[in-house]
Design a protein around this ligand. Structure first.
Ligand SMILES: [Zn+2]
Length: 164
């Protein structure tokens, strides 16, 4: 259930964008920062019912068909902390480290959870992907990717599994 929706929002992202989110997520895990994706890919219909301040219909970078080409091309993700932690830790981390992953928060005051790519993010994604594949080849054949029904909260692993 939840996993299906999560897979949907993650797989609906642009593959390069997902690569960036994966590496940033891994780095946040390593830094001990609790994070969660509250929204990734949204199709036009979901975007149109997403409440409040979100961009409307086809114009959303979350996957609007006019803006990005729709499913598989989402280029935005909403990330927060988890309950009972300081939500702003995640955002402070993105502000301090996001550039390494081609990620930033374009609207820190207005929509603080919203993260987009910028700069030479496709190039960055390509080199991060190469590094990830190389690392996977060096490692013994133990997969860290969770099974689809794994209850793991390790979001980076979920993103990694979706990236395969
Ligand atoms: Zn957003």
């Amino acid at each position: 259930m939840g996993k299906t929706l999560q897979a949907y929002v993650i797989v609906g992202m642009d593959a390069d964008f997902r690569e960036l989110v994966y590496h940033a997520g891994k780095a946040m895990d390593a830094a001990g920062i609790e994070w969660t994706i509250v929204s990734g890919f949204r199709d036009d219909w979901r975007q149109s019912i997403a409440s409040g301040i979100k961009a409307s219909g086809g114009n959303s970078l979350h996957g609007g068909s006019r803006r990005t080409g729709g499913y598989g091309h989402g280029q935005a993700v909403d990330v927060t902390g988890v309950e009972d932690t300081d939500m702003s830790d995640v955002w402070k981390w993105i502000d301090a480290n996001g550039a390494k992953y081609g990620l930033y928060r374009p609207m820190p005051g207005y929509d603080p959870a919203h993260i987009q790519s910028r700069g030479e993010w496709r190039k960055l994604a390509a080199s991060l992907r190469q590094a990830r594949i190389k690392e996977a080849q060096m490692r013994p054949a133990v997969s860290e990717a969770p099974k689809p029904d794994d209850k793991s909260d390790d979001k980076a692993s979920v993103v990694a599994a979706a990236a395969q």
